[in-house]
Design a protein around this ligand. Structure first.
Ligand code: V47
Length: 368
């Protein structure tokens, strides 16, 4: 019989949790006990240290040929608000971020129907040459698949070319929920969960590190969440290439999914999801509480439920905010440090490969 005690025994002796254990935790009301266990495991790995980085998100386009039903960011080319940034603008945003102390650009966009493969290479080359020193975390597995289609090159060849042009790592977006038929109901045009995992495996085999996300809090079941995390854990066993797991709380505003997600479903579920991730994903060092989607308060409390990373300053977030996220679009370095300190933890600025940053503190102003 599975119980909190049986799971605690496994966690303390280093025995891997089963899918049934994870499902039990999701269905359990013992939030505080689950959180304590997750915090205990996190403390063994990370002590009181909580990572953040000074980064900037840049979305080069919101024009997308996919029609994901959870997404309020995408546009058709003729829609009001559709945009495609030119290279000069992208470099200007990156240069400004670097001047404010950023060490990473998180560069992602929609699947633009007409942008040629060379433009993606030019983005990376331009950024690397004109704003050297910035880590380029760019293009989700979904974009990589798109680049393979438009270039006619197999995925490893696409990745090799991107690496040559300056790619440093891959973000974890586009994973959504792997389980069919939920994935088809959410995003029938998008690559399958199996393809997302295949592309990540190919990237890891080339030495690229990446993140992994899970979009939750919509029409998925707890079983779908466990299935999703199970597939990530299995891939991580094979490659070790994932740096962080990031549960992304669904923001319901302005999206075609049209779900009325009430506030009561938030909070406890978010904290439990972080805690289960910490306990079940025993081969992930870093569990990220993405404050943009969670809000600063829940993200802060998540640090007592197994999370050890708050992501970064972000500066100008669009995907969650177009869907109604009520967090700020960006935070200053000092604000993130303060959030962490007020949660009784020690802020540690990291680089994009989770190495502690040494050296001078530069100012990073709040965006708005
Ligand atoms: O892939 C889209 C999700 C993702 C909504 O790798 C939504 O370090 C909530 O992947 N509500 C993009 N989520 C963001 C992302 C990310 C963010 C921060 C850090 C990293 C990283 C990755 O946002 C998309 C999709 O899964 N998304 N719409 C929405 N309405």
């Amino acid at each position: 019989m599975i119980s909190i005690d049986s799971i605690a025994g496994k966690v303390r002796s280093g025995e891997r949790l089963t899918d049934a254990d994870a499902l039990f935790l999701f269905r359990s009301d013992e939030l505080a006990a689950i959180g304590e266990l997750a915090a205990e495991r996190n403390a063994r790995i990370n002590g009181r240290r909580v990572f953040f980085n000074v980064n900037r998100h840049v979305n080069y386009t919101n024009i997308c040929r996919n029609h994901c039903r959870f997404c309020a960011f995408r546009r058709d080319p003729a829609d009001p608000g559709a945009f495609l940034l030119d290279l000069e603008r992208i470099i200007g945003l990156a240069a400004d971020a670097a001047a404010h102390g950023a060490t990473e650009i998180h560069l992602v966009g929609g699947l633009h129907p007409d942008l040629p493969f060379d433009s993606y290479l030019e983005m990376l080359r331009g950024l690397k040459s004109l704003v050297p020193g910035l880590h380029l975390k760019a293009f989700t597995a979904v974009e990589i698949d798109h680049l393979s289609s438009i270039s006619g090159l197999p995925v490893p060849a696409v990745l090799e070319k991107l690496l040559e042009a300056g790619l440093d790592s891959l973000p974890g977006g586009g994973a959504e929920i792997f389980a069919e038929p939920v994935r088809s109901r959410l995003c029938s045009d998008k690559i399958s969960g199996a393809r997302w995992l295949e592309i990540m495996e190919l990237a890891h085999r080339l030495g690229l590190r990446s993140n992994a996300t899970m979009l939750y809090g919509h029409i998925e079941t707890h079983g779908d969440r466990v299935d999703h995390m199970g597939r990530l854990r299995a891939l991580q066993d094979r490659t070790g290439g994932f740096q962080a797991f990031i549960p992304l709380l669904f923001q319901p505003g302005n999206s075609p999914l049209g779900l009325d997600v009430t506030a009561e479903r938030r909070g406890a579920d978010d904290l439990k999801t972080i805690a289960v991730a910490r306990l079940y994903l025993d081969n992930f060092d870093n569990i990220k509480a993405y404050w943009i989607m969670l809000g600063e308060k829940i993200a802060q409390v998540a640090l007592a439920f197994g999370a050890n990373d708050l992501d970064g300053t972000v500066v100008e977030e669009r995907i969650g905010h177009e869907a109604g996220a009520s967090s700020p679009r960006g935070l200053g370095r000092d604000e993130i440090e303060r959030l962490i300190r007020l949660a009784g933890r020690e802020p540690v600025e990291r680089d994009s490969l989770y190495r502690e940053m040494m050296g001078a503190k530069q100012g990073c102003k709040k965006s708005k």
